[in-house]
Design a protein. Structure first.
Length: 245
């Protein structure tokens, strides 16, 4: 899956380029706006992870995110060695958190998973990036996400804008924090309230950190972390990652 293609002609050009690469390199993977050459991608041998990705995905676009999901799965596994609960700010349909919940067997863990989202798109006052359309808005979205996690007694789906929705409940200590709100204003607001709650050794992952068009998030989050003696690792997936010390 490649984003930003304007026409079928663009897709033909891309497919031709991939075919040319495959004539030179024995292994070529093109997905999620990345082209990888001669990578083993050994995590795909983790049957439990790949099954969770397949079972929870609803379309090809979601399935194409397996590299980003692997980053999240790695971070979540690491976080199990750290005190605290799990938090996701920016849930949309709940796909990434559903993959993690299945992969980790979250219903059996002595932890809580807090999922925060407006479920109605980005509030205008937080849309510093000025999106052309109210992205991430679908009728009945909140109800569908609640239903998706109905079998997990330790997963809470909380509707409302961050940080106001934290009044509905927020963990005292956090082991894993995933931030994916497509808004520098909202994401810094989340960090202002949550960073000090992240345990030493806890993992923070930003979904949009390295993506073109979201430089406002990159600069704001770089500045936030640098002031606290932390530095964000930018990943080829476009994600950013911090392990709190």
């Amino acid at each position: 899956m490649f984003y930003g293609l304007r026409s079928d002609a663009d897709m033909e050009v891309l497919n031709s380029a991939l075919a040319s690469l495959r004539s030179i390199f024995p292994r070529v993977v093109g997905t999620d706006n990345m082209i990888l050459l001669n990578r083993s991608l050994g995590f795909r041998r983790d049957k439990k992870f790949m099954q969770a990705v397949q079972r929870q995905s609803r379309d090809a676009q979601e399935r194409s995110l397996f590299l980003r999901l692997h980053t999240l799965a790695w971070g979540a596994l690491h976080a199990l060695n750290t005190a605290g609960d799990f938090v996701e700010c920016g849930v949309y349909r709940g796909y990434s958190s559903a993959v993690l919940a299945e992969y980790l067997g979250f219903a059996t863990l002595p932890r809580q998973f807090y999922l925060y989202d407006t479920f109605a798109g980005i509030p205008p006052e937080q849309d510093a990036e000025q999106h052309d359309t109210p992205i991430y808005h679908e009728d009945g979205l909140y109800q569908s996400v609640v239903a998706r996690f109905a079998e997990y007694p330790n997963i809470r789906v909380i509707r409302g804008a961050v940080p106001q929705s934290f009044a509905e409940g927020v963990p005292d200590t956090i082991a894993f924090l995933h931030i994916d709100m497509n808004s520098s204003v909202a994401e810094i607001a989340a960090l202002d309230h949550l960073f000090d709650r992240v345990s030493p050794g806890g993992v923070i992952i930003f979904d949009d950190y390295g993506w073109g068009g979201y430089e406002a998030q990159l600069y704001a989050e770089q500045d936030f972390m640098k002031k606290r003696g932390h530095y964000i690792l930018e990943l080829p997936t476009g994600q950013g990652m911090v392990i709190k010390h």
